[in-house]
Design a protein around this ligand. Structure first.
Ligand code: COS
Length: 379
């Protein structure tokens, strides 16, 4: 059993960390405050190939697998959860397409996602279909050589930047989950309207909006798999996506702990550095243990993915646990900083707000428990 990253992974980790510290961190507070993601940062991440970390080399990606991708999301999320999310949802949409695309579709769509030329998104959630993802109201029907998509999707991350999306729609309502189909959609198509960025508690710099599909014409050849494969494509996509969100939660927790550790070594009370109090040391020890346990779960899920082993349950466990400890650690970091921790100027306040969403999106903690218990094959 190997508990260490290999040389390439260590180099990648260093690259992601340096980029996060020098390019993203200086803007994290401003992007949170203005609720706007900087386009120049997206361009830089494209240039460095971050968007293609997990995509295979033959399609134009970096070929670093899900472990490389988890390292990317983790390192960026240490300084800014919205940056980690951008990469993660691009990968969620792109990999769901890559996994089920035929050769033509790979050539036409996946290579653009793998090189970062195009930004990806994932359209499943609707105003009335959240945890019950099967309750799709968006419809698609075939008319000659094309499908027509009509409906709306809620909370679409990357919507304002997205060029290529995977969109799920009902093609046969009577067939339930087997009546849902998945389409590759050019997000600049006529009839697509991207709503306003939704005001929210955390990940404020991210683009996350409702998207309306008003009789959007999609060529027949953009159907992924067969009609009716959409639910399974979405669920398998989310199995992989959850590794990204788990890595994001882990990164946020580590980022908050790093900030707190810096602070306690400087802050003095009762004539001593507060790091010298055993209460502080014991709390730090608890948080470090939680972070390390989450890291093992996240890396195990990524490793299982990369080694073609069943990974859905591992991904759900990693997301459930990492998102839970992210609440404890970010809240504890704010507590370490006391009144300063509650101020916007110190980053732990943003990190505590950012952590909450990791218990909600790409499946709530309750949905993760459904996946985990379902895989236990005893209920
Ligand atoms: N991979 C492949 N197939 C899967 C699957 C997976 N991970 N999960 C479910 N399926 C298949 C099942 O095998 C079943 O197929 P059969 O009918 O052939 O047996 C079918 O899909 C329906 O599965 P199930 O009955 O378990 O579906 P439910 O409607 O009960 O949904 C949950 C189960 C709640 C776990 C699922 O809807 C879910 O994950 N919800 C959360 C959605 C989410 O993460 N949303 C955020 C999206 S971000 S935009």
């Amino acid at each position: 059993m190997e508990f260490e990253l290999n040389k390439t992974q260590v180099l990648l980790q260093q690259l992601f960390r340096k980029f996060a510290e020098t390019e993203i961190k200086p803007y994290a507070e401003e992007m949170d405050e203005t609720a706007t993601y900087r386009r120049d940062l997206i361009d830089k991440m494209k240039k460095y190939g971050f968007l293609g970390t997990a995509f295979p080399r033959e399609l134009g990606g970096a070929g670093a697998g899900y472990l490389g991708y988890a390292l990317c999301v983790e390192e960026l999320s240490k300084v800014d959860a919205s940056s980690g999310l951008l990469i993660s949802v691009h990968n969620l949409g792109g990999q769901a397409i890559a996994q089920f695309a035929n050769d033509e579709q790979k050539k036409k769509w996946v290579t653009r996602l793998a090189t970062g030329e195009a930004i990806g998104s994932f359209g499943l959630t609707e105003p009335g279909a959240g945890t019950d993802a099967a309750g799709q109201q968006t419809k698609a029907w075939l008319e000659g050589d094309h499908y027509v998509i009509n409906g709306s999707k809620m909370f679409t991350t990357n919507a304002q930047f997205s060029d290529i999306g995977i969109v799920m729609a009902m093609t046969n309502k009577a067939a339930g989950t087997k009546g849902i189909s998945a389409f590759i959609v050019d997000m600049h198509s006529k009839g697509i309207e991207v709503g306003k960025n939704i005001k929210r508690m955390g990940i404020r710099a991210a683009s996350n909006t409702e998207v309306y599909y008003d009789n959007v014409i999609v060529p027949k050849e953009n159907l992924l798999g067969k009609e009716g494969d959409g639910f399974k494509i979405a669920m398998q996509g989310l199995d992989g996506g959850r590794i990204g969100i788990a890595a994001q939660a882990l990164g946020v927790a580590e980022g908050a702990l790093n900030e707190a550790l810096k602070y306690i070594k400087e802050r003095k009370q009762f004539g001593k550095k507060i790091s010298s109090f055993q209460n502080t040391q014991f709390k730090a020890a608890e948080y470090q243990t939680l972070v390390d346990a989450a890291k093992l779960l996240v890396y195990r899920a990524a490793w299982a993915h990369d080694n073609h082993k069943p990974f859905g349950q591992f991904a759900a466990m990693a997301k459930l646990y990492a998102s839970t400890i992210a609440q404890t650690v970010t809240s504890g970091a704010v507590q370490f900083l006391g009144g300063y921790g509650y101020q916007q100027e110190y980053q732990v306040e943003r990190m505590m707000r950012d952590a909450k969403i990791t218990e909600i999106y790409e499946g709530t903690s309750e949905a993760q428990k459904m996946v985990i218990s379902g895989s236990m094959k005893v209920f």
